[in-house]
Design a binder for this molecule. Structure first.
Ligand code: OSB
Ligand code: MG
Length: 369
């Protein structure tokens, strides 16, 4: 397979409701869509780098730069027998997994289309429906949070994740637990704490949480291992895992008992698949994380979630929770039983509404050899 051109569409979509994590509050998403042409077939993908370097050091602008000046030139001069060869071909470009993953996922999507298969089938997925959870941001009041959780549960979601930060943690989780004693519940700190907070996490043990996601520094594993030894609740790493090698080390040192997999963070779908397999060999379950994607990235997440070891509900939720206007048709829909049916058509199996992409377009460029 030869990558013949890469069209990069920079898009800005307004969120229906602000989304607040321990590091920022956002009201819109600015992101890149890629149309990767491979042997005449166009694969579509989304780059999950945010506007600013808060979740990751990568940004929309850094991704544009790295894609144009480094990733695309290597991609154009390489002949790929299979998408698994893409990430290894980028070995002389350090980091920038989100930029690399964007092209890799477009290559995978084109590959599935060439074979006339769904992306799930091409990846070796085994599920025809996936279980959905939601990630609820920090709210202005506990009452608003409780009302939101109530609404999401009524919509069928199988698991509630709430964001925490210093000042919005133990007391809030306690109130949520009192109100929803049996709901599968977890928290995500996005690296807002340190080992000085061990007593706080010991208090959290009383709430029967499924897991605590990325409580400590984003580049750290060792402190997570130390924290895990002192608490009962499983730790789930997100930010700290960028590769199968990272996953291996984190598992070996006892830093993570569950892994959140985001294809963008780990350099693409092949890497995501390798991580879920390695985790399975160690009895570690995984789930698919989210990055407030548009329908394109969301669709990729639906297909990725069909792989065997994605046994926990992920952050892959209904399109209607996110943007004022969605860019795919049909939208990703969560049914009343909290599941999403995996499309069976070729590739992602959803149609991209290019008229809507155009409407929200910020910039466009076409890269060619
Ligand atoms: O840490 O999982 C995270 C969104 C943006 C950046 C990081 C994270 C998140 C989410 C939202 O939790 C998941 C989603 O609904 O897309
Ligand atoms: Mg997270």
């Amino acid at each position: 397979m030869k990558i013949e051109s890469i069209e990069i569409l920079e898009v800005k979509l307004d969120l229906k409701h602000f989304f607040e994590t321990s590091f920022s509050r956002v009201t819109y998403q600015r992101f890149l869509l890629l149309r990767v042409q491979v042997d005449g077939v166009v694969g579509i993908s989304e780059c999950v780098a945010d506007e600013g370097p808060s979740y990751s050091y990568e940004t929309v602008k850094s991704a544009l730069h790295v894609l144009e000046d480094f990733v695309a030139p290597v991609a154009f001069r390489t002949e790929y027998a299979h998408p698994d060869e893409f990430l290894p071909s980028m070995r002389n470009i350090r980091g920038h997994n989100m930029a690399k993953a964007a092209v890799e996922m477009g290559l995978w999507e084109a590959y599935a289309r060439m074979r006339g298969e769904s992306l799930s089938k091409a990846l070796g997925g085994t599920r025809r429906e996936i279980a959905s959870g939601v990630s609820i941001g920090i709210q202005d009041s506990v009452e608003e949070l409780l009302a939101k959780i109530e609404g999401e549960l009524a919509d069928g979601y199988r698991r509630i994740k709430m964001k925490i930060k210093p000042g919005w943690d133990v007391d809030v989780v306690k109130k949520v637990r009192e109100r929803f004693p049996d709901t599968p519940l977890m928290v995500d700190a996005n690296s807002a704490y340190s080992l000085a907070d061990v007593p706080l996490f010991q208090k959290m043990d009383a709430f029967g949480l499924m897991m605590i996601e990325q409580p400590l520094h984003y580049e750290d594993m060792w402190d997570h291992a130390k924290l895990q030894k002192q608490i009962e609740t499983p730790i789930c790493l997100d930010e700290s895992i960028h590769s199968v090698e990272d996953a291996q080390k984190a598992i070996e040192m006892g830093a993570t008992r569950i892994i959140n997999i985001k294809a963008g963070r780990v350099g693409g779908l092949s890497s995501a698949r390798n991580i879920q397999k390695l985790a399975a060999e160690h009895g570690i379950p995984v789930w698919c994380g989210g990055m407030l994607e548009s329908g394109v990235g969301r669709a990729h997440n639906v297909h990725l979630s069909t792989l065997e070891n994605f046994t926990l509900p992920g952050d892959v939720a209904d399109s209607k929770r996110y943007f004022v206007e969605e860019i795919i048709e049909p939208t990703v829909q969560v049914r009343k039983d909290g599941t999403i049916a995996v499309p069976e058509g070729p590739g992602i199996g959803y149609e991209v509404r290019m008229d809507r992409v155009e409407k929200h377009l910020v910039s466009r460029r076409v890269l060619k050899p």
